[in-house]
Write a protein that binds this ligand. Structure first.
Ligand code: UD1
Length: 317
């Protein structure tokens, strides 16, 4: 029987990963979350199947006790968002860097077999070449990007200095069910979903020609599991966790309108500080070393996501 821990397991990506892990027969799944950005309702229906440690990753002793006996720890707990990290750099620094250090240190002390770390595509910043490959020099443009990059460096150092098996995955704009659309820092697809169902116009920062490698959350969860099961030779490294395509915001909004048979216009506003212009993952290494192949096209992912929002936002079809 395998024992898994997901930090940030009540968050958007974490709660999807918890569901994927529970599919494995006999798996014992625990969540570490302090509900700062995670939500109780994301895991409410799973409560009798999982254990929850309501702790803050800034508390080393609590993390150390919680990870004891774990086979794999998926470290997803973070304060996300590029703009949030610009407005409030201190909490995001403390959670994303100090908290991450605590998780690696605790896992090393507890002799956890493998740690999968959620890094971010924001580490690349603006690069002249697309798609972005792991060998490119990082160029963070925001505190969030710098923090997530520091976590990668710690993942690598805990591997080389302490023998902790770590795999860092650079998540590329993940979307899907349970992404919260209600915060000023919400991911753009969750905002689009809400606007579409409420038949209102979204505000696009800039002219909407910026592009992203939008990656469906089930593909990311599958890749996390691959990273935990990959041979030891794959450890100590960073891999892109993307779909391999890129779409502009204008294209995504048009596609969503097409699915609903609508043509809602967009409001265009000023560009956002710290924004990256274009983002697209080279998925070669994830395929070759982790055996991962994304399953969902953008349309498929958007349709599944829309179906979930339709139910959860209780908007009539
Ligand atoms: C960045 C990272 C991503 C990471 C995420 C964490 C890059 C390329 N991606 O996402 O890997 O997981 O941070 O938070 O750095 N936008 C609008 N209107 C809105 C909301 C957003 O136009 O209402 C625009 C933004 O200005 C941006 C794009 O949509 O150009 C995507 O924004 P967002 O969804 O917040 O993600 P990133 O900042 O790209």
């Amino acid at each position: 029987m395998s024992r898994y821990i997901v930090t940030g397991g009540a968050g958007f990506i974490g709660s999807n990963l918890v569901r994927a892990l529970l599919d494995e027969p006999g798996a014992e799944v625990s969540v570490i979350d302090n509900y700062l950005t995670g939500k109780r309702e994301n895991i409410a229906e799973l409560r009798d199947r999982i254990r929850v440690f309501e702790i803050d990753i800034r508390d080393y002793d609590a993390v150390r006790a919680a990870v004891d006996g774990a086979d794999s720890v998926y470290h997803l707990a973070a304060i996300p968002s590029v703009p949030r990290s610009i407005v409030e750099p201190v909490p995001s620094h403390e959670v994303n860097i100090d908290g991450t250090f605590n998780v690696f240190r605790a896992c090393s002390a507890a002799k956890v077999k493998r740690v999968v770390y959620a890094a971010s595509s924001s580490a690349y910043g603006d690069t002249p070449v697309l798609p972005k490959t792991e060998s490119m020099k990082p160029n963070p443009k925001s505190p969030y990007a710098a923090q997530k990059l520091m976590g990668e460096y710690y993942a690598s150092v805990f591997h080389s200095c302490y023998g902790l098996e770590t795999v860092a995955l650079r998540f590329f704009n993940v979307y899907g069910p349970r992404q919260d659309p209600s915060s000023p820092y919400s991911g753009v697809i969750s905002v689009f979903m809400k606007c579409l169902l409420e038949r209102t116009s979204p505000t696009i920062h800039g002219d909407g020609t910026q592009s992203r490698d939008f990656t469906f959350v089930e593909d990311v969860a599958a890749l996390c599991r691959r990273a935990a099961a990959a041979p030891s030779s794959a450890c100590g490294r960073v891999y892109n966790a993307g779909n391999g395509n890129r779409y502009t915001l204008n294209e995504v909004w048009k596609t969503l309108n097409g699915i609903e048979g609508l043509d809602i216009p967009v409001n265009y506003g000023p560009s956002r500080a710290g924004d990256v212009r274009d983002s697209q993952a080279d998925t070669t290494d994830a395929r070759e070393f982790l055996g991962h192949a994304p399953r969902f096209s953008l349309e498929q992912g958007l349709e599944r996501t829309l179906a979930w929002y339709r139910t959860s936002l209780a908007v009539p079809a």
